[in-house]
Design a protein around this ligand. Structure first.
Ligand SMILES: CC(C)(COP(=O)(O)OP(=O)(O)OC[C@H]1O[C@@H](n2cnc3c(N)ncnc32)[C@H](O)[C@@H]1OP(=O)(O)O)[C@@H](O)C(=O)NCCC(=O)NCCS
Length: 167
């Protein structure tokens, strides 16, 4: 199986509709039963082809995981949103449900770290919802250690999130 990870999808604005679909699948799979349906649907709708197109054109950090020519995941990354000793952040890292558990997440994670290193951002932070055990376990096993807590509110629902860090 050929695995190809490209740094940006700048050359492929045509990927925008596929990224919408990947976003819908991965987010529904990860957050159904955690984020209230209405809010999850709203977030998914906001990730329109226009949103992906402008992200692609902006040249901001977007890694696309392609497996045998099919988009099977993505990561967004850049400067940490919270000022502190960890300068780099992976904002989102998602692998489609059909491709999970066989090493692609790790591959995407390492590629993301590599790209942050190339941008001379030292240290890494990743936020994950506490209830998203798949993600928190994944980051813990990659060596990330919790350094802070935060909260996201979805209407009445207040969800805790954990910041994992790597020096
Ligand atoms: C969390 C997530 C990114 C992990 O990606 P993944 O592709 O499932 O992860 P991997 O397959 O690389 O690693 C998972 C485990 O499978 C193991 N694995 C790797 N290759 C394997 C293989 N061929 N056969 C069996 N297991 C394998 C890995 O060693 C790893 O085990 P470990 O964590 O105990 O070391 C993915 O599950 C996902 O997208 N989840 C939903 C979205 C999400 O929560 N994203 C993060 C939000 S911040």
């Amino acid at each position: 199986m050929r695995v190809h990870i490209s740094r940006f999808v700048a050359a492929a604005c045509s990927d925008a509709p596929t990224l919408c679909e990947v976003f819908r699948n991965t987010w529904n799979n990860a957050y159904q039963g955690i984020i209230p349906h209405f809010h999850l649907e709203t977030m998914i709708r906001r990730r329109s082809p226009d949103w992906w197109n402008s992200t692609i054109r902006s040249g901001n950090g977007l890694l696309v995981l392609q497996v045998a020519g099919i988009v099977a995941g993505y990561a967004t990354l850049g400067t940490a949103r919270m000022r502190g000793e960890h300068e780099g952040e992976i904002y989102e890292l998602y692998v489609t449900p059909t491709h999970q558990g066989v090493g692609f997440g790790e591959h995407l994670f390492e590629a993301s770290r590599h790209h942050l290193d190339k941008r001379h951002l030292s240290g890494l932070i990743v936020w994950a919802l506490t209830e998203n055990a798949g993600a928190t376990d994944f980051y813990w096993r990659r060596g990330g250690r919790p350094i802070g807590l935060g909260f996201e509110c979805f209407g009445e629902r207040r969800l805790q999130k954990i910041a994992y860090a790597w020096d």
